[in-house]
Structures are given as C-alpha cells and as structure tokens.
Design a protein around this ligand. Structure first.
Ligand code: CUA
Length: 322
C-alpha cells in the first residue's frame, strides 16, 4: 500500500483521458484552476487544523488570546470571506477566459450525439466530409464544435482538450478548442443517456494540417471498387442483408444517416463507440451479435441471417474501406 499510494495519486496525471495532462490552452486553464483550488483548499484545511490543535493543546494563556473578539472576527469571518471570495473571483475569471475566441475563422465541426455513438461532420470542408466515432483535429487550428443530439441528452468531454458540454435535442451548444499536441486521445459521453452510456466513447486524432487535409479528402472520396472476389461478395452481402437501410458508404447507392457512416470504417481505431478494438474478427463478431457486446444499441444481430463465409466476406470488405 505504501508503494501503491503515490502511484494512485500520479495515475491521473498523464494519459489519453485526463484533465491533468492538457493538450490545449483551454484544458491548461482548467488544469491550473484545478491545482489552485486544490492547493488553496489544502492550505485552508491545514491552517484550520493548526488552530484547532493550538486550541486544544496550547497553554491556557494562549488559548485565552485565541478566544478574544478580534481573533474570532479575524480568523472566523475576515479570513474565510477573503480567501473564498478570491478563489471565486479567480474561477469566474477562468470560466470567462474559457469562452473567449482565439481566431475569427475557426473550423466548424458538427457532432451529433446518438444512442450510443457520435455522428461527426465537417460542413466547411464539403458534403462528404463525414465520419463517426473518430474526431480528427488539425494541429494548432481553432475549431468550433457545434453540439446537438438526435435523441436524448448526451454530453461531450475530451478532458485533455476542454471541459464538458451537454448535447441537447433541438439546440446547438458551441465549444471552441485548439489541440496543440499530436497524437490520440479519448472522449467520452458524460451524461447518462441509457443502458450503454458507459460504452459511448470516441477516439480523438490530432494530425498535422497536411495529414488532416489528406484524411478529409479520403472521407469525401467514393470508396474504391472491391478488388478481390471476397470483397466483391462482401459488398453484395451488405446490400442483400439490408445494411444500407441504416448505414452510408460513399460512392454506393447507400446513404442513410440512421447509423454510423461506414465509408472509411477500416481506418478507425475502435468499433461501436469505443466498445472494441477495430479488426476484422471484432467486426464480424459485432455484426453477428452486437446485442451481446452492447445490449440495447440499435444494431440488429445477423448471426442467424448470414452464413459464415458471407459474414467473413462482409467484415473483410468493410475492413478494406480505409
Ligand atoms: Cu450518451 Cu451518455
């Protein structure tokens, strides 16, 4: 336990999902606020405990002095009012700073919360610039998230980048942020939205601007024609099984928006809102029995509807869409 304690304390200080390892200016402000409030509170606690110890242990004459009117007013009213007012003013100042824009033309990104996944659109970058469950951000560029919901209230939180903000049906909440470090982070729904609220996560990928542009271009382009017999069969199964009634794949007749856009699903790190690592096996398993993995989500099970080879061909074709 002696060795475990410092480990536990430090465990929250770095990683892909922590407010204490800021990757952007807003998260830095929030982390500073956290530290100031934590250490401010610690100082007040220690001072109070010190006086309490004195009141119990000190010699009678000192104890008498501590009972004087001046001491009681000073230590019991003036000190806490001053300290708490200062901390309040400081935190209000930070809240204000968090909503200040950094540039005139941030990149607009629409994120629509759905039970239990995220629809992500880049309306400034063309019609087909759409993805799901993987928020790509250009390094160092301010973006404005336009957050809403298609069903119930969700809340978006990428703790390394900014604070939480609710996604409310019929309303658009905006949040500006800028990612200043390259790499991958994890975002999570933080408003209870149903049975699979915990498995409503998404990946965040911060890329060099050039790489980001190339990624956008790939999202917009129609998917390539299947090159192998298996992939051709997979694509055929996709149509026969009715996947296109809910999912879209660019460059095909399927363009529904009910379920995640699958145009480049093979390039995503995770499946089903962060529920599984993305690979062909998990993809096949998810299509066969999604209700065993994430009970209550909207995807029907295909274990009975599809023959083994057809299921594998479908997973193989989807995996090839990168
Ligand atoms: Cu969506 Cu919790």
């Amino acid at each position: 336990m002696k060795r475990l304690l410092p480990l536990l304390v430090l465990a929250g200080c770095s990683g892909a999902q922590t407010p204490l390892d800021p990757w952007g200016v807003q998260a830095e402000r929030i982390a500073t606020l956290t530290h100031v409030l934590f250490w401010g509170g610690t100082a007040v606690f220690l001072i109070t405990m010190g006086f309490l110890a004195l009141a119990i242990l000190a010699p009678a004459r000192l104890r008498e002095a501590m009972g004087s009117r001046r001491f009681v007013i000073g230590g019991g009213i003036v000190f806490p009012v001053t300290v708490l007012t200062a901390l309040l003013a400081y935190s209000l100042g930070i809240s204000r700073a968090l909503t200040q824009p950094m540039s005139d033309a941030p990149l607009r990104i629409e994120i629509i919360g759905r039970q239990y996944w995220w629809e992500i659109r880049y309306p400034d970058l063309g019609k087909g610039a759409v993805t799901a469950n993987a928020l790509h951000l250009p390094l160092g560029r301010e973006v404005e998230l336009h957050l809403t919901s298609a069903d119930v209230i969700h809340s978006v939180w990428v703790p390394n980048l900014h604070g939480k903000l609710d996604m409310i049906p019929g309303r658009v909440n905006r949040q500006r942020l800028r990612a200043d470090r390259l790499g991958e982070l994890r975002g999570q729904c933080t408003e209870f939205c149903g049975a699979q609220h915990t498995l409503m996560a998404f990946d965040v990928v911060v890329q060099e601007p050039g790489e980001f542009e190339a990624w956008i271009a790939r999202q917009r382009a129609p998917v390539p024609e299947p090159r192998t017999e298996e992939h051709r069969r997979g694509r055929q199964v996709f149509g026969e099984a009715g996947c296109g009634a809910c999912h879209a794949v660019r460059g095909t007749p399927w363009s529904a928006r009910i379920a995640p856009d699958l145009s480049r699903i093979g390039s995503r790190a995770t499946l089903a809102g962060g529920a599984l690592p993305n690979n062909r096996g998990n993809l096949a398993g998810w299509i066969a029995a999604p209700q065993d993995i994430k009970p209550g989500n909207a995807m029907p099970a295909y274990a009975r509807a599809l023959e083994g080879p057809d299921l594998l061909a479908l997973a193989s074709w989807l995996d090839s869409l990168r």
